[in-house]
Structures are given as C-alpha cells and as structure tokens.
Design a protein. Structure first.
Length: 308
C-alpha cells in the first residue's frame, strides 16, 4: 500500500501534477530551508545581500535568454513552405485513416488513440488460435494475444478516466514498449519456417503494422507534448523572471542608499525578503517543468534499438 502511494506521488511529481503545484511545493521547501538556516545576521551585515541579489539578477537574465532560445526551437518546427505543409497534412490524414481503419478521421488525440487501441485489441482477440497445431507456438501466440487485449483495456480505461488532455493521452502510453511486441511477432513468424497457417500469419502481420502505427503515434504525441511544455515554460519564465529582475534591481538600489551601519527597518526587511522570494520563483518554475520534460524525453527515441 505504501509502495503504491509512493508510486502515485512520484508519478504526480514527475508527470501528471500541475506544474504550478509542483513549483509551490519546491518553493515551500526552499523557504523552509531558508528559515531553518537564517539567524537574522543579514540585518546587521548587508554585504552578503549584494552578492545574493547580483546572482539572482544575473541568473534570471540568463533564464530570459533561455526563453529566447526555447522559442526559436519551438518555432523552427512550425516553419515550412506551402507544399511541405500540404504534404504533411495529407500524410497525417492518411496515417490517421490507416491507423484507425476508418474513413472519418478522429482529430482529437484521445479519440484517435482510443480507436487505434480498440482496433488493436479487437484484432488481437480475433487471432485464430484453433488453427495452430504446435502447442508451444499456440501458447506463445495466446500469451501475445492476452497481453495486447489487456493493454487495450487498460489504455481505454485510462483515457476514459482522464480529461482528454494531450498530456493524459501521452501518460497512458508513455512507458509502453510496443517495439517488444513487434519483435515478438516477427520472431514468431520467422521461427515458423512458413508453417504458420495463412490466416494466422496474416493476422500477426496486421498486428505488427498496427503496433507500428501506435508507436509512431506515441512518438508524435510525445513530441507534441514536449513542444507545448517548452512553450509554456518560456511563457512562465518571462512572467516570473522580468518582475524578479526589476524587484531585485530596485532592492539593490534601495540598499545602496542606506547608511552603511544603519540597521534595516521593518519596511526594508520586508522588501529584501520579498525580492529574495520573487527571485527564487523562476528557478522553482524551471525545476518543476524540467522534471516533466526530462521524464517525457526519456521515451522520445523511436529506433530499432529500444533502450530500457
């Protein structure tokens, strides 16, 4: 029970949780650590504050620079000539139709994945096991059938329980290793030495193609999520970084106007604390988004060598 709770908490932290909630959690941890080590000496010795605010200003300016680079990366994926865009649209529609077996193309990612997985489960369940005379081969095909039908049921249930966001679609198949099933089907067909009944061979070949379509769709949805997450990250860094830079710079100017040996007043202390906290906000936001982006990016590879 504890392990299940920890797994859900880890999944929420790294993938499904709203990034602002994760950022608030990080922010609270930073504030608690700051309060634990703070002894109030900064009010008497302001020299460390100058270094700290200078570092925060430089760091947040660097984050703004990162925003520009991120936007260039995101925009570079969307540029193309009219002919390239037309080809991409036509190929996408053709892929939708081939993957779902329907003439009416489901444009919603959740609906597309639901139909594709449902078709996979239906075809897997229809495998003609009664035509297999070899008990060992029949057991292998039955195991494959049961795993694919169970996978279809699980994914459909996850999609039904989600709000159909693209992230929910990706999280339902993020760690699925379709390439293993494709390799298993190819091994079954290759080891049969043309002894498989034609109907079984055609059914397995169709399953392999459907699994390839699902792996392509999975990769494409992952790339879409990464693009959206990078766009959101660039936006929130601008929203949080610019005020933090202005407030930190203003606080530095305010501290420079005070007498060197003068104690900080209550108002000055509040200003310093607020500037410090606002300077941390962009950093914790960056950390919360990087957790999700790096988690998803682990599964972005679609090569013949499927790393675990």
């Amino acid at each position: 029970m504890i392990g299940l709770a920890l797994g859900r908490a880890r999944r929420w932290l790294f993938l499904t949780g709203a990034r602002w909630q994760v950022a608030v959690l990080f922010f609270g941890a930073v504030v608690a650590a700051f309060l634990a080590v703070s002894d109030g000496t900064a009010a008497a010795n302001r020299a460390p504050l100058y270094y700290l605010f200078g570092s925060l200003i430089a760091g947040n300016i660097t984050l703004i620079t990162v925003v520009v680079s991120i936007n260039q990366l995101v925009l570079s994926r969307d540029f193309g000539s009219p002919r390239e865009l037309q080809t991409e649209i036509r190929e996408t529609i053709a892929f939708h139709q081939a993957a779902t077996g329907e003439s009416a193309v489901p444009l919603d990612p959740a609906e597309f994945l639901r139909e594709s997985v449902r078709q996979l489960g239906t075809d897997a369940d229809a495998l003609p096991l009664d035509q297999l005379d070899d008990p060992e081969r029949a057991t292998a095909v039955r195991t494959l059938r049961d795993r694919l039908t169970r996978h279809a049921v699980i994914v459909i249930e996850r999609l039904a329980a989600s709000d159909d966001r693209l992230l929910a679609v990706v999280s339902s198949v993020l760690s699925v290793r379709y390439l293993e099933s494709i390799h298993e089907i190819r091994s079954l067909r290759a080891s049969a030495d043309d002894d498989l009944p034609p109907t079984v061979d055609r059914a397995l070949a169709r399953l392999a193609v459907e699994l390839e379509y699902l792996d392509i769709a999975r990769y494409y949805f992952i790339s879409m999520v990464l693009q959206q997450e990078l766009s959101r990250l660039s936006r929130v860094l601008v929203y949080a970084g610019l005020p933090a830079i202005v407030l930190a710079a203003g606080t530095l100017v305010h501290l420079a106007q005070l007498e060197p040996d003068a104690a900080l007043s209550f108002g000055s202390t509040v200003l310093v604390a607020g500037a410090l906290l606002s300077g941390i906000v962009p950093i914790v936001l960056l950390g919360s988004y990087v957790l999700r982006i790096s988690t998803i990016a682990r599964y972005v590879s679609i090569t013949p060598f499927d790393a675990p």
